[in-house]
Design a protein around this ligand. Structure first.
Ligand SMILES: Cc1ncc(COP(=O)(O)O)c(C=O)c1O
Length: 362
């Protein structure tokens, strides 16, 4: 029987490619001829070794990373990275620059402050409710790193390109746009992303680290909170989230072999986002919340003329097989998350629905 599937615009956990879900379904009882499910085999077995090594190799190829970088899989979500980053890279006599572009950046800043670390918030868009990405930022030359959130899932903004930091490595939370476009690896020291938006299920956080940063980790950091613990053991110091890593590997395989890489993915993501932004720019009924030059291509946040209409919009969309359009509870309004696995066809269906809704209620 065909499964009932809707168009899924959830912000995360979010849509996965249908072919990936089908492959999981097919493999579930007998993974790779083992007679066991991937959730039942040892993380030290050959089949799992092949999975994690494949996921690492695909990440490196897709992101165009050279051997300076190492790919790690951690637990604790992106939120644990907020704490681990200052813990690992800020010794007593060093400081870091942070840019505050919304909820998740603010949480990263808070975790450094809790530890009493020296940080400078060098730019913030809090003055306009985080509706834009700050420009012309003056970074501190001696900073150990610059922390940024590349895509602001809740506020609907994103960096079109990373800023020039005069060689200071950027540490970037890419939870909601990882693998959505090629990256500027030469500017980066570390990137991290909770997998549950663009690369897989919840339960694993993808980390890419420039290996020289591992030398900065102080002896006092506990074993499980040290990047060098994971780096020394190919993320297998203890039992990793095997099923999540396996699913990430399948998503990466889909990106490489079916989509054809990140440049192609980026072109498709541009096209999908343009469909929605063009509709909203053409008439006054839907209003995007992000400034034009700061718009996210992943999370499109918008308002309707009033809150009653917004509730009606989300409800009717759901009835029409379009799910996950409610804005984050902290900001209200509506949000369409157009991650990689959301097909062009889904966005076209949403645009059709939005036009009809506007005709009936505008
Ligand atoms: C940009 C960003 N950073 C961090 C997080 C937190 O991720 P996690 O739930 O994996 O800790 C989220 C979750 O939505 C996010 O969108």
């Amino acid at each position: 029987m065909m499964a009932h599937r809707i168009y899924n615009f959830n912000p995360g956990p979010a849509a996965l490619p249908l072919c990936v879900l089908e492959e999981i379904q097919q493999d579930l009882l007998d993974f790779s001829g083992s007679g066991m499910s991937i959730t039942e085999i040892s993380h030290r077995s050959k089949p799992f070794d092949d999975v994690i090594n494949d996921a690492v190799a695909r990440t490196k190829r897709l992101l165009g990373l050279d051997d300076k970088f190492q790919v790690l899989f951690l637990q604790g979500g992106a939120s644990m990275q907020f704490a681990m980053i200052p813990m690992n890279f800020l010794a007593e006599n060093s400081s870091a620059d942070y840019v505050d572009t919304g909820t998740w950046s603010s949480k990263a800043i808070k975790e450094a402050e809790i530890q009493g670390k020296a940080i400078n918030v060098v730019a913030s868009s809090a003055d306009k409710n985080y509706s834009y990405i700050p420009r012309d930022i003056k970074f501190n030359e001696g900073a150990a790193f610059v922390h940024l959130t590349s895509n602001n899932t809740i506020k609907g903004t994103g960096w079109a390109e990373l800023p020039d930091t005069n060689g200071v490595p950027i540490i970037c939370d890419m939870s909601s746009d990882i693998m959505s476009k090629p990256i500027e690896a030469q500017k980066l020291g570390l990137i991290y992303a909770g997998a549950q938006k663009n690369v897989g299920p919840a339960g694993v956080c993808l980390v890419v680290i420039r290996q020289d940063l591992l030398d900065l980790v102080p002896e006092s950091v506990p074993t499980m909170l040290r990047y060098d613990t994971y780096a020394a053991k190919n993320s297998l110091y203890n039992t990793p989230p095997c099923f999540a890593i396996y699913t990430v590997d399948l998503v990466l395989k889909w990106l490489e072999e079916t989509v054809g890489g990140l440049a192609k993915m980026a072109a498709l993501n541009q096209k999908k986002a343009a469909l929605l932004y063009d509709l909203m720019d053409a008439a006054g009924f839907y209003r995007t919340t992000a400034e034009t030059d700061s718009r996210s291509l992943m999370n499109i946040t918008f308002r309707l003329p009033n809150e009653d209409l917004e509730q009606q919009f989300v409800r009717q969309a759901q009835q029409n097989g379009l799910g996950g359009l409610k804005g984050h509870r902290s900001v209200g309004g509506c949000r369409a998350s157009l991650y990689n696995a959301v097909a062009l066809e889904a966005v076209e269906a949403l645009v059709d629905f939005m036009k009809t809704f506007e005709t009936q209620n505008g």
